[in-house]
Design a protein around this ligand. Structure first.
Ligand code: GLA
Length: 381
């Protein structure tokens, strides 16, 4: 090795960069860069935006579905890893994605039998999940090419996504005009700020569907991750994953994550709710006062020391632990995503709220602004 190379190697060790890919290196500046990513099958150009901060964290997001395609964060030893499941190309996102990393709407999660009534009028949606409507329908916001503007804001590098969903699209009433700001802060947070307005009464429930594996995407199942959910109740479901309407205490059930427990510790128990979900695929009722940003979850991965905290203004979070992953999808770096290789924490209003008057309402009226914030914060211990 030349003296110059040796010098670099010594420097890399000194600042803890060994094993780090370039985007995880300590940058002097926060940056956001935009590059061409690919063309959809309909010929629409899609860009990829890379946001990085000064603390070795970076994430990537594409205009298709406003999809987060990579999240690079250091582990406890400073080695970086990509903790988000995803693909290497647009065609895979278009044809086989189980909602990896994307924005979800107009109504995230399920609506029973694809039917709801608003102001006395009945609306019918496509049923794309057994008897129910799921995640906005056949062409939800995960399949839209969002307009994107990369920007350097006071809070950090950001991408501002906008999209207009037409009146009647996928069966929903009202023209919905949306803005989502994805920011990478200096505190190693991905901050998602959503706003939306409508010209007719409608229902809205927007979320992000990132799949995480804090040991690194593709590096085994997530059953050893320790999960804390800030929730004393969850919304039990029927066999098609529609809430019964009950808010059931988690105490004494495998749904109690009020103290950190390994995801896999109780997942095999003979419990009717776990049977219906094929594991955890349920909405937890977050402990909160009105609408302020509160801790929803804290997840710790013992081998890497990575920690992810989720904060949200939403009243609920769907904790889904990758029960439908079955080894048929190959993702980044040729990694095969087997059963439970990733988990999601989809911050949201409760599933099927339009059919449950006792749940927090999801109606948006003209003149009102839908406004929610969710933060995914990364650290180590
Ligand atoms: C949500 C649902 C799950 C599943 C995934 C996508 O988390 O609750 O049942 O549909 O999306 O595979």
């Amino acid at each position: 090795m030349s003296a110059k190379l040796l010098g670099f190697a010594a420097l890399a060790v000194a600042v803890g960069l060994t094993g780090c890919a370039t985007p995880c290196m300590q940058h002097k500046e926060c940056t956001v860069t935009t590059a061409y990513y690919g063309k959809t099958k309909d010929g629409v150009a899609v860009n990829i935006h890379t946001l990085q901060n000064k603390h070795g964290m970076a994430f990537e997001v594409i205009d298709y579905g406003a999809t987060i395609t990579a999240i690079r964060v250091p582990d406890a030893k400073g080695n970086c890893g990509d903790v988000a499941l995803g693909f290497t190309n647009l065609a895979d996102y278009e044809t086989k994605s189980p909602y990896f990393g994307c924005a979800v709407g107009r109504y995230g999660n399920r609506i029973a039998k694809g039917k709801f009534t608003l102001n006395g009028q009945a609306y019918t949606l496509a049923t794309n999940n057994g008897p129910n409507a799921l995640h906005g329908g056949l062409k939800g916001f995960d399949k839209a090419v969002w307009k994107a503007q990369a920007s350097k804001t006071a809070a950090g590098p950001a991408v501002i996504f906008t999209h207009v969903s037409k009146d009647g699209e996928e069966g929903y009433p009202g023209t919905l005009t949306m803005k989502m700001v994805y920011t990478l802060t200096d505190a190693n947070e991905i901050k998602l700020d959503y706003t939306a307005t409508t010209d007719k009464d409608t229902v809205v429930n927007l979320t992000n569907h990132s799949y995480f594996n804090l040991a690194g995407q593709g590096n085994g199942d997530i059953l050893g991750h320790l999960m804390l959910l800030n929730a004393e109740h969850f919304t039990p479901v029927d066999s098609t994953l529609i809430p019964t309407g009950e808010l059931r205490p988690v105490k004494g059930t495998p749904f109690d994550f009020t103290k950190p427990v390994a995801i896999g510790a109780r997942i095999g128990q003979a419990d009717e709710q776990l049977k219906f979900g094929g594991g955890y695929d349920h909405n937890w009722v977050l402990e909160r006062e009105n609408g302020e940003l509160c801790l929803a979850a804290r997840v710790t991965e013992p081998t890497s020391g990575r920690v992810m905290e989720v904060f949200t203004t939403e009243p609920g979070v769907q904790f889904y632990c990758g029960n439908f992953l079955d080894g048929t999808l190959t993702g980044k770096e040729g990694k095969i995503y087997k059963h439970r290789y990733g988990f999601c924490l989809e911050t949201q209003h409760y599933p099927d709220s339009p059919n449950h008057p006792n749940f927090p309402p999801t109606t948006l009226k003209p003149g009102q602004t839908y406004r929610t914030t969710t933060v995914y914060k990364f650290s180590t211990k």
